[in-house]
Ligand binder design. Structure first.
Ligand SMILES: [Fe+2]
Length: 324
């Protein structure tokens, strides 16, 4: 029974019974996980030592330090095996829920190191979630930015078939539903945010080239329900302010208004699934006509969303939590 794995938290359909069973009128069940941040084994102090060298002013540095610690600290760094087991338990439980397709909206790993990518990929493979028809992954800032430049890393593309910032992709699923995969990270070469010498891509950006691509290719998915996948958050009125908000490091992604206009050409009610913020968004939050979903992050407090589509193309979202 799925109840052994997960707790019911909330649902957009208030008349549904509070259970996790896949209903008979469901034609597609999609699960959204986000921000797993599988940790690397490099100590935070080592990273901070690296940061001190190129940094001119200690005064500025101390202002930024709390935001940085927030961003790169990880309580489970030394308990990587335990942490990975929580992820595996979740992935096994998804089969009990009758999930057809799994979406992970970025930050699969914490430091962007090859060893971390291999661990996440292995967890997906051994639990039966590997393959384009079962799994869709988009890049988060931690996946795109190697926190420890002194250790060798390979791009996320070496491990996962992901999109790039200027070229999104549509994926057609059964049941008249399509996914739009977007990489909302800034181009690390041409368009670096001033803080990015120290911090990964905390402010996202939707590029005009990506919007043009959607416009040119939307006929592929015309008439379908569209789920829009993007790592960075699109609004800021739903989570508490923190040290990193004060420094402008956690603003919503640039170009969100234009993205919403572009997806409305396909589906005026496209749900927008994102991560990046580790706060759990309530199930009734919407941006205009779009349900927005952010399940929070980290496997030690793992929440996630289930989207059920029925034959009429109507969606219901249920929020769940992993039992620890
Ligand atoms: Fe992120």
């Amino acid at each position: 029974m799925p109840q052994a794995f997960f707790k019911w938290i909330d649902c957009t359909d208030k008349k549904r019974p509070r259970d996790l069973i896949r209903r008979s009128d469901t034609v597609l069940r999609v699960a959204q996980l986000s921000d797993l941040h599988l940790p690397g084994e490099v100590a935070l102090t080592r990273r901070l030592r690296d940061l001190m060298t190129p940094h001119g002013s200690f005064e500025n540095f101390s202002h930024e330090i709390s935001a940085i610690s927030n961003e790169i600290g990880h309580h489970y760094r030394s308990e990587r095996r335990l942490y990975t087991n929580l992820i595996k338990k979740t992935l096994i439980g998804l089969h009990r829920l009758g999930v057809d397709h799994l979406v992970i909206t970025g930050d699969l790993v914490h430091c962007g190191l090859a060893a971390e990518f291999l661990d996440v990929r292995a967890a997906l493979e051994i639990t039966g979630w590997w393959g384009e028809e079962r799994l869709t992954v988009i890049p988060g800032n931690h996946d795109r930015f190697n926190l420890y430049e002194r250790l060798p890393s390979e791009p996320m593309e070496s491990f996962f078939p992901v999109v790039t910032p200027r070229e999104p992709r549509f994926k057609i699923l059964p049941g008249g539903v399509a996914l739009l995969e977007i990489d909302s990270n800034r181009d690390p070469v041409d368009d670096r945010h001033y803080m990015e010498r120290w911090l990964p891509n905390t402010v996202g950006r939707i590029y005009p080239e990506a919007l043009d691509w959607i416009d040119r290719n939307q006929k592929e998915v015309r008439g379908m329900r569209l789920m829009t996948l993007v790592h960075h958050h699109i609004t800021s009125d739903w989570y508490p302010t923190s040290a990193s908000s004060i420094w402008g490091l956690m603003e919503p992604a640039d170009g969100v208004g234009e993205l919403v206009e572009a997806i409305e050409l396909v589906d005026p009610y496209s749900p927008i699934l994102h991560g990046h913020k580790h706060d759990v968004m309530g199930v009734d939050y919407a941006y205009g006509t779009h349900q927005v979903a952010c399940p929070g992050g980290f496997a030690n407090a793992l929440s996630f969303n289930l989207f059920d589509f029925n034959v009429h193309g109507e969606q219901t979202m249920t929020q769940l939590q992993l039992r620890l």
